[in-house]
Structure formats: C-alpha cells, structure tokens
Design a binder for this molecule. Structure first.
Ligand code: PGA
Length: 256
C-alpha cells in the first residue's frame, strides 16, 4: 500500500469574525507551527482568509476556502473565483459540502465544474460526498456515494486526482454528535477508493487521500484514523477550539 500523508482540515463554516479567526489560528500556530508529518489545513470564512494567512506565515500550516465559483471573473454578484483564492495564496478549497448541496442546490455537475476550475487554478479541491440517513437506512448508501464520486470527479486526470482530497461525510453525522462507526466509515472509504480505480487508475486510487468527516473529535478520532483507508479528517465543530483541533492533529500524527 502506498504511503499517504494524513490530512486534518478545519472547516470553520460561518463562524469567526476576523479578530476571532486570528486568535484561533494564532493558538493553533503556537502548538503546530512545525508540524511536517501531517498536513494541517484551516478553512476560515472568506472574510478572514487574508488575516489567517498572515498569522500563519512562516509555518507549515496551510489554509483554504469553503467554497468558490467555477468562473474566473464576471457578473456573479456575491461570488468568489478560483483566481481570487490563488491571489490569497490559498492551497485548498472545500467543494460540494452537504450544506452547500442541501441549502444552495449544488449538484454533482456543479461540484465537478468547480473541482476542474480549482485544479486549473492550482488549488487542491477537498470534494465532499456522503449519504443521508434515509439513503443509509434504505441500503442505498454505497450506490449513492459511488455515484457522487463518479459525477463529481468525472474527467479529472490521474495527475489531478492525486492532488484532490475526497471527504466522506455522512450527512446524518454532521454536527449531530453521531459518528459513523469505524467499520461503517472504512467500508465506505474502501468503496470510494475502488471507484477511483474504476474512474481512473489503481495508481490514482492508491494516492488519493480520503478524509472522514462528521462529528470527529478527540474521543473518537483514533479508532477512525486507524482504519486503512481513512487518511484524515474534515473537522467542523471540533475545529472551532484550538485545544480539540490540536489534539486531533496529534492523534493523526501518532498514527502515521
Ligand atoms: P462536524 O462537521 O465535525 O461539526 O460534524 C464536519 C463538516 O461538516 O465538515
């Protein structure tokens, strides 16, 4: 099996003013400034990206956005383009989060356009997929997520897939305190990897990093990160406090 560097990313969602964001990133920086063995990524709201970037200068901690438009510029009031994010030296962008899909109508086709645009702008997309509770209960979860992976990543080359991160986030586990069991998560991660092999190549499947997301916290992270196909976490609630986020990175480090 190929070595995949673990990746822990904080999705701050619509939280933190600029000053609160700087305070949080400074506290994380204090603990993790020289973390080389795990990729650490902070995704503040757009308004705080520049200030967080400045506070992370000179560290190995990366940062990114939570969404973007696929066009490079134009009449799209309220939107942000990939090149604007590159202009802030962002490394990553979260795409197709279930909250974007549910509240803002994002489809797999939109996510695919965004992923292609991100890669063209040398941003690394974190593409989110996941089933609802209803889909899991009806036994459709594997089919639903496989279809999301296919449609969201269609047409992306092997070289670009290696730069892409996939986040498996069961919708029923996001912000609910419910977590997929390590077995449930591993089963889905293995299926996602298999889909990448079908979609592209075994080489790309071996290289792509797949994060788990959905109520991941220090008390449940170790058993999830021990699974062979779980390469990290996309963290919501537990990324809003330095202590729990730093603890999660440390747990990931110990499992390298
Ligand atoms: P949560 O959110 O950790 O609060 O469940 C994860 C996410 O939505 O990315």
């Amino acid at each position: 099996m190929k070595f995949r560097k673990r990746i822990i990313a904080g999705n701050w969602k619509m939280n933190k003013t600029v000053s609160e964001a700087v305070e949080l990133s400074a506290a994380i920086r204090h603990e993790l400034a020289e973390c080389n063995d795990v990729d650490v990524v902070l995704c503040p709201p757009f308004t705080a990206i520049a200030a967080v970037a400045e506070s992370l200068e000179g560290t190995t901690i990366s940062y990114g956005a939570q969404n973007m438009h696929w066009e490079s510029s134009g009449a799209f009031t309220g939107e942000i383009s990939p090149f604007m994010l590159r202009g802030l030296y962002c490394h990553y962008v979260i795409l197709g989060h279930s909250e974007r899909r549910t509240y803002f109508g994002e489809t797999d086709e939109i996510v695919n356009r965004k992923a292609q645009a991100a890669l063209a702008a040398t941003l690394r997309p974190i593409v989110c997929v996941g089933e609802t509770l209803e889909q899991r209960e009806s036994g459709d979860h594997i089919g639903v997520v496989s279809a999301q992976v296919h449609a969201s990543l269609a047409g992306i080359s092997g070289a670009d897939l290696k730069k892409t991160v996939i986040a498996y986030e069961p919708v029923w586990a996001i912000g609910t305190g419910l977590t997929a069991s390590p077995e449930q998560a591993q089963e889905m991660h293995a299926c996602i990897r298999k889909e990448i092999a079908v979609l592209c190549s075994q080489e790309a499947a071996d290289a792509v990093r797949i994060q788990y997301g959905g109520s991941m916290k220090p008390s449940n992270a170790a058993e999830l990160l021990e699974q062979p196909d779980i390469d990290g976490g996309l963290i919501g609630g537990a990324s809003l406090e330095a202590r729990s986020f730093v603890e999660l990175v440390k747990i990931a480090r110990e499992r390298n």
